[in-house]
Every structure is written in structure tokens, then in C-alpha cells.
Design a protein around this ligand. Structure first.
Ligand code: IPD
Ligand code: CA
Ligand code: CA
Ligand code: CA
Length: 266
């Protein structure tokens, strides 16, 4: 992506993400309409839809040729990553948003000709924004995040979610148990975007999940690359920004070891 376009898009996305956060905060104390999607555990609120529509309007007005892939489907269906694609999770961690009114994020990834170029994750209630441009480092607010140090697994905090424990997950649970046993600790924050941001910040060391959608990981992708971490599927293959996938994101010093020794899909 051409340098000046990358800078403009980053600046605009940064501004719009903050405005989206403001929109959410202003309505924080108004009762929410909570609806369910695929199951009673899959929540959505009118705020998720309003924030996604807010982005769609901004992007359509400023960049009519860009595609928009958002979780709530207010944009058109996107089947390929040619051109420029904005991948939007208006509220990542809706369950936290509804039940805790904190620990959720607005996440944006911008993909150009199939390559992730820009990523932003806004931790709304903490008012911290993680952001990165390909080749230009990752930042938390205006502070550059350092490259992640080398670590061994027994020094690492691993982010997991409970889906690994659900029945019918086609994974070797015993191997995962060994990973939990080997690591120094485990965490589950309930927002994939924040979990990736924390990994980029170096306050956790890996994030493993059985199923993520592109909007869950697109905002974190460039952040991770810029600090020297890696995000792939559970077989170590690149993700495609279009389909649901397993995800193993980790400090590079433990990424392959986790895949080789602790994940066996059945
Ligand atoms: C969810 C969160 C959660 C993850 C789920 C996602 P949503 O996103 O990121 O942490 O475990 O897989 O669907 O629905 O709150 O945007
Ligand atoms: Ca959702
Ligand atoms: Ca999400
Ligand atoms: Ca969401």
C-alpha cells in the first residue's frame, strides 16, 4: 500500500474509532436492547449495529471503492481481499459489554490486496488505543511497543477460552491440559481483540482459540507482526481474513512449540 494512503487511512481510522468509543460511552447508562443471534449465548445489541453503521457511513463517504466486512453485516458480503477491505468488529466482547459494561473493544483491520496493513484496537472504558501500520511499529496510545523478548513456555501466560473444554470439540484435550500445566498461568478476558492487544503489549504470551472470525483477529494482526509475534491457524497456516478459523497467536519463541507439541486436532 502506498505510504501516504496508509497514513491517511490510519489517521482516519484512529479518529473514527475514538468517535465510535464516544458514541458507546454516551449511551452507556441507557437501557440496552439485547438480542440473540445463533444461540442464547450469542448476544448482539443495538449499539453493535449502530457502531458498525457509523463506520460504514464514514468509509462509504470517504472511500467509496473500499469494501467493508463487518460482524453485524451492515456492509455488503465480501468474498475476496482484492483492493482495500475494512474489517470491523464494532464491539468485540459483547458479552462483557452487556454483563460488565467494561472489557470490550472496537477493532478495525485494513487489508490491502490480501495483506494486513493497518490495525486498531480501542479498549473503550480504559481509553487505550492499540494501533499499528505495517513496517512502522505498534503503539499503545503514543507509546511504541517494544519487540517481544524471547521466552520459554514455563515463563508464559497463555490466554485460552472455555470453548476448548466443550463437548464435541475435535481436539486432544490431554495435550491442552499439558500446556496449561506447563505454562506459568492462564487467562481468559472474553474479548479476542483485547487478548491479541495484550499479547502485542507483552503482558500475555499466547492466545489460543478454536474458532474466530476475521473481525475478531484482523485488528490485532499487524500489531502482532510489528512486535515480532505470529498469528496463524492451529496448523501453523496463514489466516485468510475471509473465513472462520482456529487461531494460535503467540510470541514467536513459543508459537511453533505450541502447535507441534500441544495442539492435535482430531
Ligand atoms: C467474541 C469475543 C470472544 C471470543 C468469541 C468472539 P464478539 O466476539 O471475541 O472473546 O471468544 O469467539 O465471537 O461476538 O463479542 O464480538
Ligand atoms: Ca458477536
Ligand atoms: Ca468479536
Ligand atoms: Ca462483535
Amino acid at each position: 500500500m502506498e505510504q501516504s494512503l496508509k497514513h491517511t487511512l490510519h489517521e482516519q481510522a484512529y479518529q473514527w474509532v475514538l468517535e465510535a468509543g464516544q458514541l458507546i460511552k454516551e449511551k452507556m447508562d441507557t437501557p440496552l436492547e439485547v438480542m440473540t443471534k445463533s444461540s442464547p449465548k450469542d448476544l448482539v445489541t443495538e449499539m453493535d449495529k449502530a457502531v458498525e453503521s457509523f463506520f460504514l457511513e464514514k468509509i462509504r463517504k470517504n472511500h467509496p471503492s473500499h469494501k467493508v466486512l463487518g460482524e453485524e453485516g451492515v456492509g455488503e458480503a465480501v468474498h475476496e481481499t482484492t483492493g482495500t477491505v475494512w474489517i470491523i468488529d464494532p464491539i468485540d466482547g459483547t458479552m462483557n459489554f452487556v454483563h460488565q459494561k467494561t472489557n470490550f473493544a472496537v477493532s478495525i483491520g485494513i487489508i490491502h490486496e490480501g495483506k494486513a496493513e493497518i490495525g486498531l484496537i480501542y479498549n473503550v472504558m480504559e481509553d487505550t488505543i492499540y494501533h499499528a501500520k505495517r513496517g512502522e511499529g505498534a503503539y499503545k496510545n503514543d507509546k511504541q511497543l517494544p519487540k517481544l523478548p524471547e521466552k520459554t513456555l514455563d515463563q508464559c501466560l497463555i490466554e485460552l477460552n472455555h470453548f476448548w473444554l466443550c463437548p464435541n470439540r475435535r481436539v486432544n484435550e490431554e495435550k491442552l491440559q499439558q500446556l496449561v500445566y506447563k505454562a506459568i498461568g492462564t487467562r481468559a478476558y472474553g474479548s479476542a481483540a483485547l487478548e491479541l492487544a495484550f499479547l502485542a503489549e507483552g503482558i500475555t504470551d499466547a492466545y489460543l482459540t478454536f474458532s474466530l472470525q476475521p473481525w475478531d483477529y484482523a485488528g490485532g494482526y499487524v500489531l502482532l507482526e510489528e512486535v515480532g509475534a505470529k498469528l496463524t491457524d492451529a496448523a501453523g497456516q496463514p489466516v485468510d481474513f475471509l473465513s472462520r478459523t482456529t487461531v494460535v497467536a503467540a510470541n514467536t519463541s513459543i508459537h511453533q512449540e505450541i502447535i507441534n507439541d500441544y495442539i492435535e486436532l482430531k
